[in-house]
Design a protein around this ligand. Structure first.
Ligand code: ADP
Length: 261
């Protein structure tokens, strides 16, 4: 990838072509470097639970038969790490699917309110101590040009984070409103918040503000990267606002469905 063409100073078609070729080479090189970094990071993330699992299994092999305490603790830890590995692999697959996504021009439009209600219904069962509310200003007729399962996947990621990073005051609000050619769907929590200088980085793959806390809560640092990938593919935007100790709002701008849909 070292090869580049020396572009002559002349501003003719040939020089422009050569310059374009160099730019293309830069892009390809950049993309390869990113791919390599991703594989390194993913391997690292996979290595950690595997190493922990290995440790507990050898403890079990050595002491498990005679020491019920070790048996119980190590089995519990091993089950947890297997769960983690499974989650990591499933999220890597989600990311890969999101990357390969192509959006058909025609698709069944989705009601943001219905999708939010469906997801909130499931969350209420899983998290009875959390208060969820939906404020719909867009109206019953609002539809987004996003497949239903993708909208549900987005809401799931955002609500999951809102629950994970809430502390005492577990109040989570979903606001739906129209914003020009978009429908805005925001998920607001009163949780721990994110420091200003880290706000942009949370969309990076495997990035976690507090690795230990995220790990404790079963996070692998891919949720927002997957969400961003999906939103970008649909031509939308994802915006994060947060204040430490006050809370976080993640706002999705999704294209409105054309009225004939
Ligand atoms: P994770 O699986 O770790 O939750 P995400 O990609 O979903 O990964 O989020 C990346 C990081 O952004 C999290 O580890 C957490 O530090 C931070 N984060 C995401 N959502 C919130 C939120 N609602 N409140 C506070 N921090 C958040």
């Amino acid at each position: 990838f070292q090869e580049r063409i020396d572009v002559p100073a002349a501003n003719d078609e040939m020089s422009q072509l050569m310059a374009m070729f160099n730019e293309m080479m830069d892009e390809i090189e950049h993309s390869f470097r990113q791919q390599k970094q991703f594989i390194e990071d993913a391997s690292h993330e996979l290595r950690t639970p595997i190493a922990i699992l290995e440790g507990h299994l050898s403890l079990l092999k050595r002491w498990g038969k005679h020491n019920p305490e070790i048996l119980e603790e190590s089995l519990e830890a091993a089950v947890q790490e297997v769960y983690r590995l499974k989650k990591l692999v499933l999220e890597l697959l989600d990311l890969s699917h999101a990357e390969a996504l192509t959006i058909p021009a025609e698709l069944q439009p989705t009601s943001p309110k219905e999708a939010a209600e469906q997801i909130v219904k499931n969350f209420r069962v899983l998290h009875p101590s959390v208060q969820f509310q939906i404020i719909d200003e867009a109206g019953e007729k609002a539809r987004v040009h996003v497949a239903k399962h993708h909208l549900e996947q987005l809401l799931l990621i955002l609500l999951d984070n809102a629950v994970k990073y809430s502390q005492q005051e577990k109040v989570i609000t979903i606001d739906i409103k129209e914003e020009g050619k978009y429908v805005s769907i925001s998920v607001r929590d009163k949780g721990i918040g994110i420091p200003r200088d880290e706000l942009e980085k949370v969309f990076l793959r495997f990035y976690r503000v507090d690795k230990e806390r995220s790990r404790e809560k079963g996070g692998v640092g891919l949720g927002l990267a997957i969400a961003k990938e999906i939103v970008d593919k649909y031509g939308g935007q994802i915006v994060m606002e947060s204040e430490v100790g006050v809370g976080t709002t993640v706002e999705l701008f999704l294209p409105k469905a054309k009225s004939k849909e």
